[in-house]
Write a protein of this length. Structure first.
Length: 334
């Protein structure tokens, strides 16, 4: 029987356990069809936008994108809906917005095409596409026990959810993992791991190319203080790591990086982290420049090199935690 491109098999994206359940299989088939319909409709809307010119996006206002996002929610593709909503805010983001809008439209088009042509993708990249669309998948990686150092913890919120991100570093495996937990809007999630503690626990990775997200499994005791810090690198190597990660996940906003021997210095009206021993630097993101954590970082450094953990991406570097030169405890910056 010939297979229709773009429709896909439910087994392409559902876990093996669901594939053995006829009811789950049927539900997954129906969802795949709805996602395909949504992605196809979104492709048409992007094409209409480009034919009409980007100036039309500014004139139409946010309502156009909110209505499109609602259609993606109906299609059960929350990842597409979130990215569409982000498009609506770009025309009001200041000078240079047409270039940023075009860039985001291109990434959205790439995600649509990834889903519609998923059968031609390597499985890790196909898993990443499913994850970016917001399709559920279990943490199928084998449990990995380690002493996980808590590098950072911070919350973001929208009108429906509070999302907590916790970055962990395995002191034996030397792997960095991300825990995500959720709570209702205005309420913090239950899981809390303060920076500077170490947790003896098992983590299981989620599927996807280059994915760092993991699920917390069995714990072997309470978190304890740890006078440790992750190994650091240079700003040039941080940029190279992000470039390498983009080959596996083109929609990746940033990668976790620890910078060693860097000094926060002004750059006109902005700030950057400059290598103490090299002629290179990373600009701080707009979000980082507006947070009180920047002033804590400046006070901690006092002009001397520090170690900084954060997220490095196309918009710059967002510092999340810092350690002073020599001995000293971790200082949260978020």
């Amino acid at each position: 029987m010939e297979h229709t491109p773009g429709r896909g098999r439910a087994a392409d994206y559902i876990p093996a356990l669901a594939a053995r359940d006829p009811h789950s299989f049927a539900r997954s088939e129906r969802r795949a069809e709805r996602v395909t319909a949504g992605a196809t409709e979104l492709e048409q809307r992007l094409a209409d936008l480009l034919r009409g010119g980007l100036a039309a996006a500014e004139q139409a206002g946010y309502g156009l994108w909110e209505e499109t996002a609602a259609r993606m929610v109906d299609a059960q593709a929350p990842g597409l809906a979130a990215r569409v909503r982000d498009l609506g805010a770009i025309p009001a983001s200041g000078a240079g917005w047409p270039a940023r809008l075009l860039e985001e439209c291109a990434l959205l088009h790439l995600l649509d095409q990834g889903w519609l042509r998923r059968e031609a993708l390597p499985e890790p990249l196909a898993a990443t596409v499913r994850s970016r669309l917001g399709l559920p998948a279990p943490a199928e990686g084998p449990p990995e026990r380690d002493h996980w150092l808590v590098l950072a913890q911070y919350d973001t919120a929208d009108t429906k959810l509070t999302t907590r991100r916790i970055w962990l570093y395995g002191t034996a495996s030397h792997r960095t993992r991300l825990l995500l937990s959720y709570g209702p809007a205005g309420r913090a999630p239950e899981l809390s791991l303060p920076v500077g503690l170490a947790l003896d626990a098992e983590l299981s990775a989620y599927p996807g190319a280059g994915q760092l997200r993991a699920a917390l499994g069995e714990r072997f005791g309470a978190p304890v203080p740890a006078g440790l810090r992750p190994p650091g690198t240079t700003t040039a190597d941080a940029v190279a790591r992000y470039g390498t990660a983009l080959r596996e996940d083109p929609w990746l906003e940033s990668v976790p990086v620890t910078l060693e021997q860097v000094v926060p210095v002004p750059d006109g009206e902005q700030w950057q982290l400059a290598d103490a021993d090299e002629d290179a630097a990373l600009p701080l993101t707009r979000a980082a420049r507006s947070r009180p954590g920047l002033w804590r970082l400046l006070a901690l450094s006092g002009g001397a090199p520090v170690t900084v953990f954060g997220e490095c991406g196309h918009q710059g570097f967002t510092p999340l935690t810092a350690w002073p030169e020599g001995d000293g405890e971790a200082v949260p910056l978020c």
